[in-house]
Design a protein around this ligand. Structure first.
Ligand SMILES: *Cc1c(COP(=O)(O)O)cnc(C)c1O
Length: 407
C-alpha cells in the first residue's frame, strides 16, 4: 500500500508520507537558470567565486573549521580523507560495526583494511571493544550512525594518546553538537553527505572539513584540482608546492549545479535541526511509554539533529519482530529492522566484500531488534501521533497472541 501524501490540512488519521524528500528553496532556481544560460557548470571554469567555492567558504564558516572541500559524496570525502592521511596499502582502519556499507567500502577503496568494533544497543561505539582493538590501527573512522554520537571525549583521548588520526563520518550528523562543539570538527577531518536522505539534499554530494592545511592540500589535488586549479582554493600556496604532480587525480569534484542546490538550504539548517529534534523527542517520549519499545537517550554531552528515529523492541523474539514490521506496514508505517530486512546495507554480515569479517555478537543482537523510521521535519504533531499510535499498536499486536487477536 502506498501511504497517502501528507498535507498541512491532512486527515490526521491517515499515516503521513515519510519517504519523500522536501522541496528545494526557490532561490536555487535563479542560480540554476543563470548557469543553464551560460553553461558554466564546472567549478574551475571561473577564476573565483564559483558556486562550489562559495559553498566551501560558507560551509567552513558555518561549522567553524578552516578549510572545506566539496566533493561528489560523503563516501568520496571519506576515501579522500584516508588517501590524504598517506596511509600505506593494507593499513588497518578501525570503524564501528554499525554503519552504512559505503563506509567500510571507502576503506577498501583506499587499499586499507576495515577493522570493525562492537556497537552497543544504544547504537554507539562499545568503548571496551574499541580500546581492545586499537593495537595495530593506523586510522579511525567514527560513523555517527543515524546521527548517534559515540563518546567523542573517550575516543579522542585514546586516539591522541596513540597518535592515531580520527576521521568523523558525520554524513547524517549535520547540526549535532558534542559539548557545544560541532560534530565533524572534533576529529582531524569531518565528512558530510548531501544525499537526499540527509539534512541537506542535493541528490548526491559531500564535503570534508579540516583545520589541517597539508591534509586539505592533498585532498584538493586528489579530488581533481589538476594543473594549477588548486590556486583557486583559499589555502596557503606553500601547502601545495611539494604535492604538484605527485598525487593521483581521482576526479571526485562537485558540480556547480549541486552547489546551487545546496547553498540556499544552508540558512534553513538551524530551523531544520531544531524542528527535527522537537519531533524526535516528542515521538521518543511517547514510544517509551510502550512496554515493548525503548528509545535510547542521547549521551549527556550530545545535542542531536535527528531526521529519523531508532528504537529497540524489547521482549519480542525474531518472529515477533517480523510480525511487528508487517503489522506496522499494514497500518501504513514502513519500519526498517536493520538486521531482519533482506540484504540490508547496514547489517555487517552482508558486507561480503570485506577482507576480514569478525563476529560482533553485541552489534548483531542490537541489529536484530533495532528499528528505523524516518521522521521528516515537516510532520505535524497530529501526523507524529498517527505514527506513534501505529507503532505502539503494532508492537502490542506482535507481543502476544492475545493482543494480536484482539486488534
Ligand atoms: C549516507 C551516509 C553515508 C554515505 O553518504 P554518501 O554521500 O551517500 O556517500 C556514510 N555514512 C553515513 C553514516 C551515512 O548516513
Amino acid at each position: 500500500m502506498i501511504p497517502p501524501k501528507a498535507t498541512s490540512t491532512g486527515n490526521a488519521t491517515q499515516p503521513p508520507n515519510v519517504h519523500d524528500a522536501d522541496p528545494i528553496p526557490d532561490a536555487a532556481r535563479v542560480a540554476i537558470d543563470a548557469m543553464l544560460r551560460t553553461g558554466d557548470l564546472f567549478r574551475y571554469t571561473t577564476p573565483e567565486n564559483s558556486p562550489v567555492a562559495l559553498l566551501e567558504a560558507e560551509f567552513a564558516a558555518l561549522l567553524g573549521s578552516k578549510y572545506a572541500l566539496a566533493v561528489s559524496s560523503c563516501s568520496a570525502a571519506l576515501f579522500l580523507s584516508l588517501k590524504s592521511l598517506g596511509l600505506p596499502r593494507d593499513a588497518r582502519v578501525l570503524l564501528p560495526g554499525f554503519t552504512f556499507a559505503a563506509v567500510p567500502s571507502s576503506v577498501v577503496h583506499a587499499d586499507c583494511i576495515p577493522v570493525l568494533c562492537e556497537v552497543g544497543d544504544n547504537y554507539r561505539v562499545d568503548m571496551a571493544d574499541f580500546e581492545a582493538k586499537l593495537d595495530g590501527i593506523s586510522a579511525i573512522i567514527i560513523s555517527h550512525m543515524r546521527g548517534h554520537t559515540s563518546d567523542m571525549d573517550a575516543i579522542m583521548d585514546l586516539a591522541l594518546a596513540r597518535d592515531i588520526p580520527v576521521i568523523e563520518d558525520a554524513a547524517h550528523s549535520l547540526g549535532t553538537t558534542w559539548g557545544g562543539q560541532n560534530i565533524g570538527t572534533i576529529g582531524r577531518v569531518g565528512c558530510f553527505s548531501f544525499q537526499s536522505y540527509k539534512m541537506i539534499n542535493a541528490g548526491e554530494g559531500g564535503i570534508l572539513i579540516t583545520d589541517d592545511a597539508d591534509l586539505v592540500a592533498r585532498a584538493i589535488i586528489m579530488s581533481g584540482a589538476y594543473e594549477h586549479n588548486w590556486k583557486k582554493h583559499p589555502v596557503l600556496h606553500s601547502a601545495f608546492a611539494q604535492w604538484q604532480n605527485q598525487l593521483p587525480l581521482y576526479n571526485l569534484r562537485m558540480s556547480n549545479l549541486s552547489a546551487a542546490v545546496i547553498r540556499p538550504q544552508l540558512p534553513h539548517l538551524a530551523a531544520r535541526v531544531k524542528g527535527g529534534r522537537t519531533n524526535h523527542d516528542y515521538v521518543a517520549a511517547r514510544l517509551n511509554a510502550s512496554p515493548y519499545i525503548t528509545v535510547p537517550g542521547a549521551l549527556p554531552l550530545e545535542v542531536r539533529a535527528p531526521d529519523s528515529i531508532q528504537f529497540n523492541l524489547v521482549g519480542l523474539d525474531d518472529d515477533d519482530v517480523l510480525v511487528f514490521a508487517a503489522q506496522a506496514e499494514a497500518r501504513g508505517v514502513k519500519v526498517q529492522v536493520f538486521g531482519l530486512s533482506q540484504d540490508n546495507a547496514r547489517a555487517f554480515w552482508n558486507w561480503q566484500f570485506m577482507p576480514e569479517m569478525p563476529e560482533l555478537p553485541k552489534t548483531r543482537a542490537m541489529l536484530m531488534r533495532a528499528c528505523d523510521v524516518r521522521l521528516p521535519v515537516r510532520l505535524t504533531q497530529d501526523e507524529l501521533d498517527v505514527i506513534v499510535d501505529i507503532l505502539t499498536q503494532a508492537a502490542a499486536a506482535a507481543a502476544g497472541p492475545v493482543a494480536a487477536y484482539g486488534t
